[in-house]
Ligand binder design. Sequence first.
Ligand code: GLY
Length: 254
Amino acid sequence: MRFTKAIVRTPGASMVDGLTSAGSGKPDYAKALVQHAAYIRALESCGLRVTVLPADEAFPDSTFVEDPALVTPAGAIIMRPGAESRRGETAAIEQALAGFFPNFERIVPPGTVDAGDIMMVGDHYYIGLSKRTNAEGAAQVIAILEAHGLTGSTVPLKHILHLKSAAAYLEDRRIVLGGELTGRPEFSGFDIIPVEDDEKYAANCLWINDRVLVAAGFPKMQAAIRARGFETIPLPMSEFRKLDGGLSCLSLRF
Ligand code: GLY
């Protein structure tokens, strides 16, 4: 597969009030803007046409555009984010996606889903059951996928924020797995690229058209991915990490 487009949203100054469990202080907004600009350049260097949405100060976490929508080859699904403070992010994402997709499916109450919990593996979608994504929401996603000839299955999570906090699919049956997902039977049969415990954050890397964006400062992860023949693009992510955010969270790719 190849991606041709991405949507991102410039972080707002209100990001300093974003949700977090990281305990590493508030992000430095000026530094976050620089890191976000480098992220956009990396997407462009992978051949993507990037739509940059303006900062939305009303929603401190709205730079993490991956969570409010899932984009599949069969169309877009508007999520119902698990955190109350993020529910309102969906309206603007729907508006942005309307330029690319004619119709939308929607997750409805009592379902909640953050698309950061959804990992696409070809025609199959793994859905983490987390504090943000409940069983009802996952069942709705699976029903929508199946109506379009796709499939889904759930992966119960214990501690991590989202499924993709500890996993990344690098195409051709290669999966980066770390933390609580290490050794999980759901992923037996894949070519596993393990993440060492002292580099857990780097599990959230991002395959784009045979290159892999990796958080800077995690040399073992980078070496492991390069050893599989990929060119890697290291990107500084310190300010988004303070909000539990990773590389995949910052874009919608399609
Ligand atoms: N700060 C990102 C999130 O918790 O959803």
